[in-house]
Design a protein around this ligand. Sequence first.
Ligand SMILES: *[C@@H]1O[C@H](CO)[C@@H](O)[C@H](O)[C@H]1NC(C)=O
Ligand SMILES: *[C@@H]1O[C@H](CO)[C@@H](O)[C@H](O)[C@H]1NC(C)=O
Ligand SMILES: *[C@@H]1O[C@H](CO)[C@@H](O)[C@H](O)[C@H]1NC(C)=O
Ligand SMILES: *[C@@H]1O[C@H](CO)[C@@H](O)[C@H](O)[C@H]1NC(C)=O
Ligand SMILES: *[C@@H]1O[C@H](CO)[C@@H](O)[C@H](O)[C@H]1NC(C)=O
Length: 383
Amino acid sequence: MSSKSLILCLLAPLVAGFNLSVPAPTGPFAVGTTVLEITDYSRLDPFAPTPQPRKLAVSLFYPTEKVSQNTTSCHKSNQCTRAIQLPPHTAAALESQTGVPTGILHNIITQACQDAPVTQPLRPLLLFNPGRGASRLIYSDSLIEIASYGFTLASVDHPYESNVVEYPDGSVVYGLQLDESLSTILKLIDIRAADLRSVLNAFSNSTVTDKIPGYGPLTKFKTDKVGVFGHSLGGATALQVVANDTRFAAGLNVDGSFWGAEQQVGTEAPFMVIAAEGHNRTSDESWAATWPNIRGFKREATVKGTEHNSFTDTGLFVEMLGELGGGVPANIPIPIGTIKGTRITALQRALVTSFFKRSLDGENDGLLDGAAAEEWPEVSFQQ
Ligand SMILES: *[C@@H]1O[C@H](CO)[C@@H](O)[C@H](O)[C@H]1NC(C)=O
Ligand SMILES: *[C@@H]1O[C@H](CO)[C@@H](O)[C@H](O)[C@H]1NC(C)=O
Ligand SMILES: *[C@@H]1O[C@H](CO)[C@@H](O)[C@H](O)[C@H]1NC(C)=O
Ligand SMILES: *[C@@H]1O[C@H](CO)[C@@H](O)[C@H](O)[C@H]1NC(C)=O
Ligand SMILES: *[C@@H]1O[C@H](CO)[C@@H](O)[C@H](O)[C@H]1NC(C)=O
């Protein structure tokens, strides 16, 4: 028996029937989640092997009623079934990418309640899209943290680009091997931007919204003025979308370079960049080229101790694995800097919510003007 399979045998008793629990979000709201399949019949999928409409998998995260253990009632409606973070194929893909033993990552449970009803939205809708090739599901905990402050988020995968997309019906689409050329990257940004518009359009279609638990006249999402953000290539897409479609009224780019004409087109809309340490307008020409063309409110926030992949849930996964013991590697070989997972999750939430409250709700908490320097000493701001 090889030593690797020996380790897996020893792990087996530990692996059976356990959960890795993500830490609770820090905001005042309980968070619900549901997964939607959204098909845009007006667009053919640019990658599918046979002609078919573009079909997207979207996770919603939203404030829901405070869920309590009510021992005097058998009423199911306010009980929380915590949602699993990574469905089986997504967990397996991440395990093979990182060397985490098989059967571990599927046991991560988020702090969001599966299919809990949406309540009246307090804050605007935000659309999110992941980094190149990444699953939207490795950002869910960061988005749940934001939702716990009253925001509703729609997190969107880009099938055939994301390494794996699992639909609610269990079907799976794997990512294609795409080249690194500029023309491919520009094509991906266009497809991503069209995907985000398809999702926003779908929220005006009752066939789609009827599938959202609790959705109705009082809980409707406002779709004429939303925010958009993304990590890496998703951040470049955010600029493309605000430049192109005025319903997207504010945008935020988490540590992504810009690539195409959006650099020159720019925008009047409020726009923000969150940067890993060492990523700035000197080290990234695309940021230098774009910045003068961001003509409305703008901020660049740099976070000490971070790397490009700090802005995912990887840091939280590392913290959870560290508590597991039993021979499970307590690390994931993806560079995430020195900042702790719980810390960057809270810090990113503070920046994202401050920006969107300010630019969509006209509420300024002063954070982006440096008002909370004692609470968040890792951040510095440039205009
Ligand atoms: C528990 O459920 C009962 C019956 O539905 C309700 O009257 C009561 O207010 C609930 N208590 C709490 C703490 O939610
Ligand atoms: C793990 O979490 C899932 C989803 O919430 C739940 O159904 C299951 O009972 C939990 N298992 C254990 C061993 O706690
Ligand atoms: C609404 O969604 C349904 C189901 O996806 C689709 O059949 C229908 O064409 C959509 N309606 C519009 C106006 O897009
Ligand atoms: C927005 O994008 C669509 C699709 O790529 C394109 O047809 C349209 O011309 C763009 N509009 C603007 C204002 O850039
Ligand atoms: C920009 O980043 C580079 C490293 O990538 C660093 O040497 C430089 O000091 C940074 N500039 C500023 C103004 O922070």
